[in-house]
Design a protein around this ligand. Structure first.
Ligand code: 5GP
Ligand code: ZN
Length: 115
């Protein structure tokens, strides 16, 4: 838990969000500034600032983030057509919130390369 971190505040319930999934280790909620018709953020409850801070003990947790992404994609009927999951790292990777999170984006055509 970081007192400065907006995602820790959302996890603690002191900032509101539209929650789409919760279990003992993960919270997922709608992105406040969606970049696609489906845009969810899948966030571990543990405060881990960036991918660079991952330890081997986080391996199972990272797998669980992808399991939640898969489940939400199915629930929103974008699994078959396709979708994108993204995790940005540090400034040049486009990271704005320093608490790791997987973006789940779908229900529109994605392009490559990303901006
Ligand atoms: P990043 O650039 O760090 O990969 O993504 C951060 C994401 O968090 C952005 O897509 C941004 O719209 C979203 N975001 C930032 N602040 C809030 C907030 O207070 N609530 C919600 N639901 N999303 C937020
Ligand atoms: Zn945090």
């Amino acid at each position: 838990m970081s007192t400065e971190c907006i995602f820790c505040k959302i996890i603690a319930g002191s900032l509101t969000s539209n929650i789409v999934h919760e279990d003992n280790k993960i919270l997922a909620f709608e992105d406040v500034n969606p970049q696609a018709p489906v845009h969810h953020l899948i966030v571990p409850k543990e405060h881990i600032p960036t991918i660079n801070d991952l330890l081997t003990e986080h391996n199972e947790l990272i797998g669980q983030l992808f399991q939640v992404a898969k489940t939400l994609a199915k629930k929103h009927h974008i699994a078959e057509n396709g979708y994108r999951v993204v995790m940005n790292c540090n400034e040049k990777g486009g990271q704005a919130v320093y608490h790791i999170h997987l973006h789940l984006l779908g229900d529109r055509q994605m392009h490559w390369p990303p901006g």
